[in-house]
Design a protein around this ligand. Structure first.
Ligand code: HDD
Length: 697
């Protein structure tokens, strides 16, 4: 198969990467020059106790390489995790776009996705309150297309000119580099207080959306308005969405903070494990489309990146699905070296005049040049398109290709004027011929000035528990702000959005509640948007992690439940007082992967306490076992127990009786034959419900 034919294939990218993959298993150790070395533990010395000799080229090479192993981390989104997969469109989108990868449902376009946090450094914890990056590189037959988005559909600022200011404010403060990966500090809130265009985004960032349960359970958004252009040159405004098949789910704040200590790699481990176990993460691609002639039909400016297009007004059409099915071979080579750029487009996808987007188009190449060490980063294996590359660019640091012949300029006669530009019919990219007129001016359109109404729409759309979480997020974050004036200013901002919210936060952070709002929010375009609330998402037990608490002597119901969980696609893992086989009644056995010391309730979605007198005695002997239940209860998670396990649960939670436990939300117990018969179904329903917010904590 020629290279040109290969690129049509779902595995085209993997086949290309194969030629760069190296496996050292069973091989002899060599230098970078291919020379076999006979010794790798001692430097060459003049006498065993004598000085090391300069001529030890192996030592010099090994040490020099080590000395230069680090590259600058990304200025934002430094911590991330990636995986390979593919994308398939459901039906041809010919009427909207000429992009080839959006035409043929039988074509699987290879992708690489990188998820990230924004503010923290490369070694920071996964579970912090932050926006998550959601970047996708489609290796299409027409070249790479990058959709560089976030898990929140709006942004903090409206013009890229302010991006360095915003990032300086949210990053650790420069004098002492504190705090790490957190917006709960003075400079961030000082920025918010003085830049009210952030109001809407700040509501999202304080909501549970900023605490995802898993990268597999987050939405993704292209944020900006882009353009789709069809074969006839007709354009439509578009917003891109990723909709996770498992629904959108979050952790609770207390859990989020503690997981950062118990397992700082929580999200990357979750994604890695899901792919390794064949539970491939899936996301549907959604499009919101606005016709060119309707550009001014809305009470928000469609170019403003701090605004959503409410889904109830502009519905999301699901047009395809992305599946992530392969982990990386090497984190650095793939996840760290991948370089995204919102300006990597293919014919049929174009830009809008969103001033944030336009500024991004400059920043991404610029940053890769210092991060990846020169202008040839597109030649790094993970960044190479599967489409062939032919141009007159030459030389520079780390050039990989060997371009033949004397011609490196256009126009030429030596090579018959090739490589030659392609006409649009031949696949050449043609910019959308938008007519623009205007005076040069450093200013912002008045149509971008409504900062509060969509922030209010977001507030109005939250369920009661989500509102409660938002209030405590503001109390926490502002509670960490040292300067009283900043806390006060933010309350003035909240008054503009929702006085009810301001009133709930002000007394807890020691500032005055103003009598009225300075700029009360206009009524939002619709009263509330159900699509914004996570209460309305998909609920499923699939891939949920259930801890089976059991010691030797557990009763056989645990096996029945494990089977039911596995059948429903949930993940059951045994936690015991010892690792290895745990012996149950009647000769059954389960394998404990964790002990109460090596694991924690925080790392599971639900808990089941097995029956069996000896088993329960073993649990009672370890105070950490009772902690499992208490913590799960405080985090609103489902807890199940059967037979003798019920009394362990009742005692652990300090409840008055078995019946009090059985009537508490999200607690499923069974002791009689009939109850045991229906337990698995009830417990699975509880696992699928995820959290029981009406529980009294
Ligand atoms: Fe950005 C990285 C998403 C605004 C400048 N950005 C970066 C990444 C994501 C986003 C997901 C990580 C890519 C990866 O995984 O490697 N950025 C966004 C979104 C924005 C946004 C959704 C607003 C809608 N960004 C934005 C602006 C600028 C930048 C306004 C500057 C003008 N972003 C960068 C950057 C980064 C970056 C400095 C750092 C590392 C990189 O590009 O490759 O160029």
């Amino acid at each position: 198969m020629s290279n040109e034919e290969k690129r049509m294939n779902e595995n085209a990218k993997q086949e290309q990467l194969d030629s760069f993959r190296v496996n050292n298993d069973g091989k002899k150790l060599t230098t970078n020059q291919g020379l076999k070395v006979s010794e790798d533990e001692h430097s060459l010395k003049a006498g065993v106790r004598g000085p090391t000799l300069m001529e030890d080229f192996h030592f010099r090479e090994k040490m020099t390489h080590f000395d230069h192993e680090r590259i600058p981390e990304r200025i934002v989104h430094a911590r991330g995790f990636g995986a390979h997969g593919y994308f398939q469109v459901y039906e041809p989108l010919t009427s909207l776009t000429r992009a080839k990868f959006l035409q043929d449902p039988s074509v699987k376009t290879p992708v690489f996705v990188r998820f990230s946090t924004v503010a923290g450094s490369r070694g920071s914890a996964d579970t912090v309150r932050d926006v998550r990056g959601f970047s996708t590189k489609f290796y299409t037959e027409e070249g790479n297309y990058d959709l560089v988005g976030n898990n929140i559909p709006v942004f903090f600022i409206q013009d890229a000119m302010k991006f360095p200011d915003f990032v300086h404010a949210v990053k650790p403060e420069p004098h002492n580099e504190v705090p790490q990966a957190s917006s709960a500090h003075d400079t961030f809130w000082d920025f918010i207080a003085n830049n009210h265009e952030s109001a809407h985004m700040m509501m999202w960032a304080m909501s549970d959306r900023a605490l995802p349960r898993s990268y597999r359970m987050m939405e993704g958004f292209g944020v900006h308005t882009f353009r789709l252009v069809n074969e006839e040159g007709i354009g439509h405004f578009v917003k891109f969405h990723w909709k996770p098949v498992l629904g959108v789910h979050s952790l609770v704040w207390d859990e989020n903070q503690k997981v950062a200590g118990k397992d700082p790699d929580f999200h990357r481990r979750d994604l890695w494990d899901a792919i390794e176990t064949g539970n491939y993460p899936e996301y549907e691609l959604g499009l919101q489309i606005i016709k060119e002639e309707d550009e001014f039909s809305f009470d928000f400016d469609i170019l403003d990146p701090t605004k959503i297009w409410p889904e109830e007004i502009v519905p999301v059409r699901r047009v395809g699905k992305m599946t992530l099915n392969r982990n990386t071979d090497n984190f650095f080579a793939e996840t760290e070296q991948i370089a995204f750029h919102p300006g990597h487009v293919v014919p049929g996808i174009d830009f809008s005049n969103d001033p944030l987007l336009q500024g991004r188009l400059f920043s991404y190449t610029d940053t890769q040049i210092s991060r990846l060490g020169g202008p040839n980063f597109a030649e790094i294996p993970i960044n190479r398109p599967v489409a062939p590359v032919h141009n007159n660019q030459r030389d520079g640091m780390h050039r990989m290709t060997i371009n033949q012949g004397p011609v490196s300029y256009h126009k030429n006669s030596i090579a018959g004027n090739t490589p030659s530009p392609a006409s649009p019919q031949e696949g050449g990219y043609q910019h959308y011929a938008e007519k623009v007129e205007g005076h040069k001016i450093k200013a912002r359109s008045g149509s971008f000035e409504d900062f509060y109404s969509q922030a209010l729409l977001f507030w109005n759309s939250m369920s009661a528990p989500e509102k409660k979480h938002l209030i405590s997020a503001f109390q926490f974050e502002l509670g960490k702000v040292q300067r009283m004036e900043i806390r006060q200013q933010v309350i003035h901002l909240l008054m503009n959005i929702a006085p009810e919210l301001a009133a709930a936060v002000a007394p807890k952070i020691g500032v005055q509640l103003p009598e009225s709002a300075e700029h009360p929010a206009k009524s939002p375009v619709i009263e509330s948007s159900p699509a914004l609330s996570m209460a309305n998402t998909i609920h499923s037990a699939k891939t949920r992690k259930v801890a089976i608490l059991a010691g030797d002597g557990f009763d056989q119901h645990a096996i029945t439940l494990m089977n039911a969980l596995t059948e429903a696609g949930a993940m059951a893992e045994v936690v015991s007082d010892h690792l290895g086989p745990v012996a149950g009644q009647g000769g059954v056995s389960m394998e404990a992967m964790h002990t109460f010391l090596t694991s924690d309730s925080l790392l599971f979605d639900a808990i089941y306490v097995a029956g069996g007198e000896h088993s329960v005695q073993a649990l009672a002997a370890d105070p950490n076992a009772a902690e499992f239940i208490k913590e799960a209860y405080r985090h609103y998670k489902p807890i199940g127990a059967v037979n003798e396990g019920v009394s362990f649960l009742v005692k652990g939670l300090g409840m008055a009786s078995d019946s009090a436990a059985a009537s508490a939300p999200g607690i499923i117990t069974a002791a009689s034959g009939e109850e045991l018969g229906s337990f698995a179904e009830k417990f699975l329903n509880a696992v699928a419900a995820h959290r029981f917010w009406d529980r009294v904590i």
